[in-house]
Write a protein that binds this ligand. Sequence first.
Ligand SMILES: NC(=O)c1ccc[n+]([C@@H]2O[C@H](COP(=O)([O-])OP(=O)(O)OC[C@H]3O[C@@H](n4cnc5c(N)ncnc54)[C@H](O)[C@@H]3O)[C@@H](O)[C@H]2O)c1
Length: 389
Amino acid sequence: MKLEDIRKIAILGAGAMGHGIAQVCAMAGYNVVMRDIKKEFVDNGVAKIKESLDFLVGKNKLAASEREEILTKRLTTTIDTRAAVGDAQLVIEAVPEILDLKRSLFKEVSAMCPENAILATNTSTMSITDIAGAVALPGRMVGLHFFNPVTKMKLVEIIKGEQTEAGVLSVMTEVVRKIKKEPVTVLKDSPGFIVNRINAPNQALMNAILEEGKIRPDEIDTTMRRMGIPMAPFELADFVGLDVYCHTLEYYAEKLSPDYKPGKVVRKLIADGKLGMKTGQGIYKWVGDKAQIDMSKPSDDITAKEFVAIQLNEAVKVFKEGIASSTQEIDQAVVHGMRAFAGPFALCAGMTAEQMTQPLLKLQDRFKLNILAPEPELRDGSFKKLSKK
Ligand SMILES: NC(=O)c1ccc[n+]([C@@H]2O[C@H](COP(=O)([O-])OP(=O)(O)OC[C@H]3O[C@@H](n4cnc5c(N)ncnc54)[C@H](O)[C@@H]3O)[C@@H](O)[C@H]2O)c1
């Protein structure tokens, strides 16, 4: 399959991610069909796309004629799987994060679509190889991990499953560039891939901070916001949904370390129906899409320096485990996947070994989190010399 062979893209799922993926593909000129299980769900997805296109037209970022072309010609919808995938060259799945659902869907879809069609999953945590086990030709299955909100976030991680063919990876790289996103190849199908993995220990730390109850989330988030991070960590957990945050921690606890186990505080919030933005209350109260954060006082206990040291430590593990090809690729993924102004290797290039290891040792001891133990490359300062592309 070559870039020019891909003309029709089927998107399975019209939810938070599916409708955004459909929009960026249609804006790049592709014929897109969006499929969901009920008409009201696809209609809802189309309504969100319209809202977004109208906004762009209003800002003179999109011609009105282009909006018309997208909505009347390029974007279609269906609730029939065969109609969606029967003549598609690329299928992108964005259905809920349930392994059995994804596997049974791909089994069905792979029997309906052309034999050489590429099958992509937008899973944010699951193993591409496990999902690919459900299809007859696992070589054409790949991870295509978009970030939320899709229209704003530049990064797409292209994840190689154990059997993904090299040609599939290269054509996906071209497609991702064509839809004006930044591709980063994930060479090893490992939990959290690159960006979410680098953030994983910070999520475990947030969980531990909530359990300890000494520092208010507002203080941490104020510190991070003042550093220029568009969405601070506790705010992000609420935005994504505490149920999703908890589910992710459980997955990491199973696959990476028991240190990730979600604590009582987050479980109680979930049991009380306080799931974050979608229920109007989580760690924060939400008014519309704005978390009500008390920005009056930054944290003087745990500061941005600690969060960056944790990121660097995990980024070193990602590099050593062969998940990314270079430290530059890792930095690029963090910049585009988190809208950070620099990745951990660039950010810490001027730091000493001691400046990096001291905060980690202090936090490891305070919160009893062994995942924060400094890697040898942080202890001896050689993180600055890890091989580059
Ligand atoms: N939300 C995020 O921040 C985010 C970020 C990156 C990746 N992801 C991943 O993207 C995927 C989708 O997440 P989401 O947040 O868009 O979920 P969502 O719940 O908003 O949307 C999922 C949609 O899939 C539909 N669906 C269910 N079964 C289907 C089927 N058999 N065929 C077609 N549609 C079906 C549902 O009706 C729903 O509309 C998940 O794997 C998630 O982990 C989510």
